[in-house]
Ligand binder design. Structure first.
Ligand SMILES: Nc1ncnc2c1ncn2[C@@H]1O[C@H](COP(=O)(O)OP(=O)(O)OP(=O)(O)O)[C@@H](O)[C@H]1O
Ligand SMILES: [Mg+2]
Length: 220
């Protein structure tokens, strides 16, 4: 059995009167890759951000290593986020005043790791970004920003890697490279949860769910 890293129990999320998530149960286990598909607006990004402790659920609980995070204070929560999670957001969200290389090191620095430069350069190079290390985000294409955000997420070898539409805005060759980086993280023991419309990517995961009408349904 693969070790459960994070468990969601009956998660509900409402925005005003609208119930977006209506009772989500989900487990992410070490070394397992999971795809979550679903139509636009069904709540995939919302679910991923709740799973990533970035947004609060309306009700239901989240367990990390079997422990409910409900009573965890803000400082401890940010520690958990920095130490355990890697995030690849739907919009790349880079820090505008920092260079490409600096952006990839931000989260590592927050987690107290300051010796990641070599690794960052190697990862950026593998994604075709070696000539852009000193660029600022505003000088990049969206696809290039995504690659920088990917390196930022991968560099810490996070226990839980959450990726929201990771292959959007990428050409087929780069999609392939990004896809294989995500699966490599899974092989190295990360629990990898990928929200995607990309059939090729979804089909390669260990299991796939579809989010519709506020519920997750196992596809395979
Ligand atoms: N902060 C918020 N306040 C109010 N409504 C919100 C908020 N965040 C999300 N929503 C609503 O929740 C629903 C789900 O949004 P979400 O971004 O999770 O969808 P999604 O499945 O990721 O869609 P897409 O495939 O287009 O990215 C949408 O109807 C959206 O308007
Ligand atoms: Mg989304």
């Amino acid at each position: 059995m693969k070790k459960t890293l994070i468990e969601l129990k009956t998660i509900h999320k409402s925005f005003g009167k609208i119930d977006i998530l209506r009772g989500i149960n989900f487990i992410a286990a070490a070394g397992k890759t999971t795809a979550i598909t679903g139509n636009s607006g069904e709540g995939k990004t919302t679910l991923l951000s709740i799973m990533g402790l970035l947004q609060k659920q309306t009700s239901g609980s989240i367990l990390i290593d079997g422990k409910d995070v409900a009573d965890t204070d803000i400082a401890e929560l940010s520690k958990i986020r920095a130490a355990r999670f890697g995030y690849l957001f739907q919009a790349p969200r880079l820090v505008g005043s920092l260079t490409v290389l600096e952006n990839t090191l931000v989260c590592a620095a927050l987690a107290g790791k300051n010796n990641m430069q070599k690794k960052a350069v190697a990862l950026l190079t593998s994604l075709g970004m070696s000539n852009h290390l000193d660029y600022k985000p505003e000088q990049l294409s969206i696809g290039q920003m995504r690659r920088v955000a990917l390196v930022r997420a991968l560099i810490m070898e996070p226990d839980i890697l959450l990726a929201d539409e990771p292959t959007n805005d990428l050409d087929p060759a780069l999609s392939q490279i990004v896809t294989s980086s995500l699966f490599k993280a899974g092989e190295n023991g990360s629990a990898v949860v990928i929200v995607t419309h990309d059939r090729f990517l979804a089909a390669k995961t260990d299991c796939e769910y579809n989010l519709a009408d506020g519920f997750l349904q196992l596809v395979r």
